[in-house]
Design a protein around this ligand. Structure first.
Ligand code: EPU
Length: 348
């Protein structure tokens, strides 16, 4: 055991047969064959070096975007790399570097407290900093890529640190290169964001505007926007500390404009956001609600009653129950609307 920065560490050893219940926000009780925790880069490298087959490594941050359907017969590494520091500044901007193990919302609070704008719309998103670029987190009109400068990631096989700029990350809607070509090859260790000293508020998302009005805000501040986002999220999305969930379970699907027009004739209230090239993004939550699944419950698993895009564990659900439910919903949506939903959550 060693003491570092006042914290007591249990050491860098892998532990065997550990429950993962408290390490995934769905609260699924499966066990990991091996569990290790890295608080700094030395521990990270040392733990990885001990893994006989590095393809068997599974990295968990906040565990907020995974559904565990069975015991994990792998080496599960908890990324707890810390630290928030200002690495650069000019007249208008600051560059903030944060360790991958920092809780995302703590980074948001840090920025707000310092008066730096850019991530206030991303308040209260569950998960850790390292997961943010993996799926290019987004909410209320802002995505991580809008403030992203670069990240550092540890190559699992070469045991080397590499730097990735925005273009290298190939960000898309809930997408990055780390979910595709470079899947399971890197561990994100830190990210650097470019924030602004003179915040430009992005409150065009309808719900934020009305929430600010409800709060009788006249001169908007970063705190106001954050508070509004938190109020909206809390009114719709279940708190994982109370009801197990991992936020949106599905992505919002994109369909051809022609198909959207046809559906719109039948369902005039169907929301759709026109993208470029005749494509329209549809609200999966709306489709699932229309199909009658909102608030569905069977035993301890179901669909949230205020946001149909969120599948929930009321207590003792198994991951496979939730996976089966998601398959049923996908089949139903395909039959009813001829739209193929895609899961956003990673399944293990
Ligand atoms: N809607 C319904 N029924 C529902 C849910 C939504 O009719 O049960 C309708 C709403 O009335 C609205 C539209 O669908 O017209 C969009 O709903 P909302 O604004 O709640 O956003 P969303 O598209 O359902 C996305 C993100 C969320 C993010 C919000 C706000 C995805 C997969 N989800 O949800 O992200 O917080 O927008 O920007 O893109 C997450 O990724 O985990 C997440 C929560």
């Amino acid at each position: 055991m060693r003491i570092q920065s006042g914290r007591l560490h249990l050491g860098m050893a892998w532990k065997e047969s550990i429950s993962l219940k408290s390490y995934n926000t769905f609260g699924i009780d499966v066990s990991a064959a091996h569990l290790g925790e890295a608080q700094d880069m030395d521990q990270l490298a040392a733990l990885i070096a001990e893994v006989p087959d590095r393809k068997q490594l599974l990295v968990l941050g906040g565990g907020s975007n995974v559904l565990l359907t069975q015991d994990v017969d792998r080496w599960v590494l908890l990324n707890r790399l810390g630290g928030i520091e200002q690495v650069r500044e000019d007249k208008e901007h600051v560059w903030i570097k944060a360790g991958a193990g920092i809780v995302w919302h703590d980074l948001v609070l840090y920025a707000i407290e310092k008066g730096y704008g850019g991530i206030e719309n991303l308040s209260l998103i569950p998960g850790n900093v390292g997961a943010a670029p993996m799926q290019n987190i987004g909410a209320y009109g802002v995505e991580l890529k809008d403030v992203f400068e670069e990240l550092e990631a540890w190559h699992i096989f070469d045991q080397e640190l590499h730097t990735f700029g925005g273009a290298d990350c190939k960000f898309g809607y809930r997408e990055s290169v780390f979910k595709r070509n470079l899947k399971n090859q890197y561990i994100i260790t830190s990210i650097t964001l470019k924030l602004t000293k003179k915040p430009v508020f992005n409150v065009s998302y309808g719900a934020i505007e009305s929430e600010l009005k409800a709060q009788k805000v006249t001169e908007t501040t970063l705190q106001d926007v954050s508070k509004a986002v938190i109020a909206i999220r809390q009114s719709k999305l279940p708190d994982p500390a109370q009801i197990g969930n991992s936020g949106s379970f599905f992505k919002n699907p994109v369909i051809p404009q022609k198909q959207f027009n046809r559906l719109k004739e039948q369902y005039s209230s169907m929301p759709g956001y026109v993208l470029s090239e005749g494509l329209v993004k549809i609200a999966a939550g709306w489709l699932i609600e229309q199909a009658g699944w909102k608030g569905y419950r069977s035993g301890d698993f179901g669909v949230h009653d205020r946001q149909a895009l969120v599948l929930v564990n009321h207590g003792g659900a198994k991951g496979s129950d939730i996976l089966d439910l998601s398959t049923k919903i996908m089949i139903d949506i395909l039959e009813k609307f001829d739209i193929q939903l895609e899961r956003e959550v990673n399944i293990y």
